[in-house]
Design a protein around this ligand. Sequence first.
Ligand code: SAM
Length: 317
Amino acid sequence: KKGDQKGLQHPRYIRVNTILSSRDEVEKTLKNEGFILKEYEAQSQKGFLKSIRKMGARSFYHDYHVPNVVVLNPMINFYNHELEKTGKIVVQDKASCLASLLLNPPAGSTVIDACAAPGMKTSHLAALMENQGKIFAVDLDAERCKRMEKSLQHYGVTCATTINEDFLKISPQNERFSAASHILVDPTCSGSGVTSRTNKQNRQSKKEERERLQKLKHLQMTLLKHALSFPNVQRVVYATCSISPEEDEEVVQEALKSNSQFILRPYSKYLPKWKGCGKPRYSVGPNCLRSFPEKHLTNGFFVAVMERYVPLAQEEG
Ligand code: SAM
């Protein structure tokens, strides 16, 4: 039913952990267990989603947008599967893979994952970097940092160091971190895009909800502005699993207003196959990526890519 996210069931998404396995290996295991690899109706977002909506219990598909993500029927549980126990796959919502994919740091680069725990995106970043280079996986919360450390070990990540620290207290001039060329900011948010959490939100009064959003917005903006102040950073990705523009377009718009060295890159430059953007009533909206639970069969998610401004003449020359 439209607007009712309560009963919405998304497909089961698994990300192949290319540090410890390959899509071929995972595919082979699935086939041995009786799963059948299917083709979409058409090579387009629409054709893909149409096929996914009527997917059979034993079918699986390659994801249309995210390399190394495999799509299965929601009834299939992988939490105790051998592939998960050996760290060869990560059970992760597809939308949350889009943030790391858009940051896309090359192998060998220096990266800060500013709000990293429990490390889902860190392990994806490490895989994209072929486990080469350096990721500083920063998080304020000690317990969550411990979980992250275990999880990164489980997934064979050796290029990341966990840092239990407030990102805001890390000086951009600190020699250890100042070389960072890529920063991911995935801060605490209302979680209003996570369909399983949507009902809890409704219990708050409108006033409480507005106040909560304003507080979150302030924290998110402070974190994003801090990321933009690192001297060598070339690309910053800001992501939330919120559907509220206060935490999304408004944060990006205001952070960019006070930082003229950065521009918002249209997400379509890096992910042209994705159809789904931010709210058009904000000037930044069309260039930001949004996923919508009903449309994309994922959690609601927001991603914006900011890059240090390079005059066009230099970029082309
Ligand atoms: N990126 C994570 C992942 O993909 O697994 C999820 C991050 S979660 C949405 C937000 C995290 O931000 C929480 O773990 C929280 O402890 C952390 N956080 C909030 N404020 C922070 C700060 N000032 N410095 C560092 N971490 C912070």
